[in-house]
Design a protein around this ligand. Structure first.
Ligand code: ADP
Ligand code: ASP
Ligand code: MG
Length: 461
């Protein structure tokens, strides 16, 4: 059985948590592929220090003392004597080049994107060397050699085909030892420059490896007992979801459930490789199984929320050709690399809205004005208006759209608590019912919706 295990930042953040990782991996019956994040909190620190150095400040010197000590302490404590010198020398070489980059930034006083990408890569480059040195039998694999990206608008996206080929060359099956690789980091397929898969992207690295090698299971080891019915930082009463479908997890994650990086699910879903969410700090907890088996239809599986959203509403005498307007709006967004995540019907008829990350809002408005300039001129469209600082609250469950009155119930409960609902979704998905509220109402709104879908339902049974 081939498994890919991904350990997140908190799992590899301290000497104690790394001992758990070691016990989990060394307890496996077969050699596995282990993907690791940078030590918890390090990526944020690397970015903040780069910003400060590029303003000409020299606090990077002090930060480097701390970063060095953190890595050294872990090596001293966890790496067996016979490998200590080797691991120290590899990590020290990386620490030295990191400091060199900071020194350079403090002199040139600008922060080019590719330098920042190079700087953040040191986190996973170091942690992967440490974890492979810590395990009794493991080989280290450099993800920069086999995870390839290409530019898509201003983003780096994985080149799936090339990456698949390179992964298959990199890992010879069957494995005879555990294989350890850093998550998140990659290189541009054309320039060879260091890039990454986006914040939280180690999950995605693990999924790319699992899919390319047709693994039997992808395990995401993190710091909670599984996928919860809501973000536990917002909802105290959230409970573990024992199992869910790929589509449900995809919807919950793209609407803000931070437990898995959204692009992760697609490659394994496509290959029907189940994902398990497990807790490094409570390894015997059953966790959550994500697969194509869907035990209950038409019920809410979880809720999530996405803040800092813009909604653009188009109004006019649209009643007859909403579908066409809809598809033209979608295409205009897609051509410009803007991902639209919601189509909503606001309270006024003959208008419809699309939602996107606020960062893309201005560009989206500009493009829609261009696309619909004939209709705006003819008066068929009377208005194109953008509202910022909104949040989407999504209720997800297979077949939930058929559950009668859920949308109205949600709106009623929210309204009676004084939360104003700006729009309710009419999106393509059968799995999600979503409402749009003000950013300031999102916590309260999520509590109300969670209570309605889980706590009230339970007490009624
Ligand atoms: P890692 O460093 O292991 O990748 P992350 O911080 O990226 O961990 O993701 C795990 C965190 O996701 C949890 O600690 C939890 O606070 C948060 N989270 C948000 N929504 C959910 C949810 N629905 N279920 C579980 N965890 C969630
Ligand atoms: N270290 C990276 C981040 O903090 C990637 C990851 O943890 O998945 O975003
Ligand atoms: Mg994560």
């Amino acid at each position: 059985m081939l498994k890919v295990l991904k350990f997140g930042g908190t799992s590899v953040g301290t000497i104690e948590s790394l001992r758990n990782v070691k016990a989990i991996v060394e307890g496996l019956p077969d050699p596995a592929i282990i993907v690791v994040s940078a030590l918890g909190g390090l990526t944020d620190k690397l970015i903040a220090t780069a910003r400060s150095a590029s303003e000409g400040k020299t606090d990077y010197v002090e930060e480097m003392v701390g970063i060095r000590k953190r890595h050294h302490d872990i090596i001293s404590e966890l790496i067996p004597e016979e490998r200590k010198e080797h691991v120290f020398s590899e990590v020290d070489a990386l620490l030295d080049s990191l400091e060199e980059r900071y020194r350079g930034l403090s002199l040139i006083r600008i922060l080019p994107e590719r330098t920042l990408d190079e700087i953040v890569s040191f986190g996973e480059r170091m942690s992967s060397v440490i974890v492979s040195g810590m395990l009794s039998e493991a080989t280290h694999h450099n993800s920069l050699d086999f995870v390839k990206t290409e530019k898509w608008f201003s983003r780096n996206i994985a080149d799936r085909k090339l990456t698949d080929e390179l992964i298959r060359k990199q890992f010879c099956l069957p494995l005879n030892k555990h294989a350890v690789a850093g998550g998140f980091i990659s290189t541009d397929r054309n320039t060879g420059e260091i890039t990454n898969l986006g914040r939280g992207g180690s999950d995605y690295t693990a999924a790319l490896i699992a899919a390319a090698l047709n693994a039997d299971l992808l395990e995401i080891w993190t710091d909670v007992d599984g996928f919860l019915t809501a973000d536990p930082r917002i909802i105290k009463g959230a409970s573990i979801i024992p199992s869910m479908s790929f589509v449900e997890s995809m919807e919950l994650c793209s609407f803000g459930a931070k437990v898995i990086y959204p692009p992760t699910i697609y490659p394994v879903f496509h290959k029907n490789i189940p994902i398990k969410i497990l807790n490094t700090f409570n390894p015997t907890a059953p966790g959550t199984m994500i697969s194509d088996a869907v035990p209950s239809k038409g019920k809410a599986r979880g809720v999530s929320s996405l803040s800092n959203t813009s909604v653009i509403t188009m109004s006019g005498s649209l009643t007859s050709n909403v579908a066409e307007i809809n598809s033209r709006a979608y295409n205009a967004m897609a051509r410009n690399g803007i991902s639209v995540f919601l189509v909503a019907q606001p309270s006024i008829e003959s208008s419809f809205s699309i939602a996107m990350p606020q960062a893309d809002g201005e560009k989206a408005l500009e493009q829609l004005r261009l696309e619909f300039s004939p209709e705006l001129q003819s008066g068929e469209l009377t208005d194109l208006a953008k509202t910022d600082n909104l949040s989407v609250i999504a209720v997800v469950g297979e077949g939930i759209k058929q559950s009668k009155g859920l949308g109205q119930n949600i709106v009623k409960e929210l309204m009676s608590a004084g939360v104003s609902v700006k729009a309710i979704s009419e999106g393509a998905s059968d799995t999600t019912v979503a409402v749009v509220v003000d950013n300031g109402d999102v916590r309260e709104g999520l509590n109300i919706v969670h209570e309605l879908c889980f706590e009230k339902m339970l007490s009624e049974k």
